[in-house]
Design a protein around this ligand. Structure first.
Ligand code: GLN
Length: 312
């Protein structure tokens, strides 16, 4: 038996120690043995869910005994996490911009890096007078669209996704945060369902992972998250091009921006120079914002020609 076979075997709840402190340590060791990155944190989150206890309380009542149902629930949750299912899918939630989003396998889990895109968009929108029309292309869980609607009340938002099941999650998140009436959801390919409309800002976190890179990412990502949200489509025989969507945005977005309007995109680590070159034909890139790892992660650009005149 190699170590790799262990994550697949279910966690036996009969082995769970009787009290919270023991169960926590046991769960942590089990997850660490399966290669999970933050085994202590994840064991606490799952034990909290299994016992209906807030995470902080787990440490206040270390000798509290678990009943049989709690041990079984904890074992079942640990089994999923040990198989490297993301803890966010197991708990069905992820925090983003201080808001709680419901997530499941229909959507990409919102990343902290994408908060930089939202913060950049909010800053650009606040620099404009009056109301704003915002498009979020490839909305996924709705993280970008919903947080812009929540945090910038003059904005009306159009959120597009190719996948109908994904749009259901996004619409539920909009309803959860009370902005369902300020977001229009449209199914389709990039700007296709928004034909004839003009926007003050177009936001997009497109799939940008190369087909040969996906296997190198954590099992949580490549085994569980939707490939449609990560890897651009393959074209015939050719390998999928990680920059595919930036080429399309460079060509298609200028025609749908109001004067002074912005395109704001997230890019993969190391992709910024290539994306900047791609955009340069039609856009002037005016901002490049780094993430906490020092990579340029967000580019904000205005079309050449009519951009600068309108301020913002
Ligand atoms: N940042 C994500 C990841 O690498 C990818 C998101 C995307 O393709 N837009 O896990």
């Amino acid at each position: 038996m190699t170590d790799r076979s262990r994550p697949e075997s279910p966690v036996d709840p009969h082995e769970c120690p009787p009290d919270l402190a023991g169960a926590l340590l046991w769960g942590q060791r089990r997850l660490a043995g399966s290669g999970v990155d933050n085994p202590g944190l994840d064991a606490a989150l799952l034990l909290g869910r299994a016992t209906g206890t807030e995470r902080a309380r787990l440490y206040l009542e270390p000798r509290r005994l678990l009943d049989r149902g709690e041990r079984e629930r904890f074992g079942a949750l640990l089994t999923r996490r040990a198989a490297r299912e993301p803890v966010q899918y197991i708990l069905r939630r992820q925090e983003f911009m201080g808001l709680e989003f419901e997530v499941d396998e229909r959507v990409l889990i919102p990343r902290p890096e994408t908060e930089i895109l939202v913060e950049t968009a909010l800053e650009l929108l606040r620099g404009r007078a009056g109301s704003a029309a915002v498009a979020d292309l490839g909305t996924g869980s709705g993280a970008i669209a919903v947080s812009i609607a929540c945090l910038h009340s003059p904005a009306r938002v159009w959120a597009v996704d190719l996948s109908p099941p994904t749009l259901e999650v996004a619409a539920a998140n909009a309803a959860r945060h009370g902005v369902r009436d300020r977001i229009e959801f449209r199914q389709g390919d990039l700007l296709a369902p928004l034909a004839g409309q003009c926007f003050s800002l177009v936001a997009c976190n497109p799939p940008y992972v190369g087909a040969d890179e996906i296997g190198l990412l954590q099992p949580e990502v490549h085994r569980f998250e939707p490939r449609l949200a990560l890897v651009p489509p393959a074209r015939g025989e050719a390998r999928p091009d990680p920059l595919h969507f930036y080429r399309r945005l460079a060509a298609e977005v200028p025609g749908c921006l109001e004067p002074g309007g912005w395109l704001v995109v997230e890019v993969g680590a190391g992709q910024a120079p290539a994306v900047q070159r791609l955009l340069a034909g039609t856009f002037a890139v005016e901002r490049a914002v780094r993430d906490y790892g020092g990579h340029v992660r967000v580019l904000a650009a205005r079309p050449r020609g009519h951009g600068r005149a309108a301020g913002g």
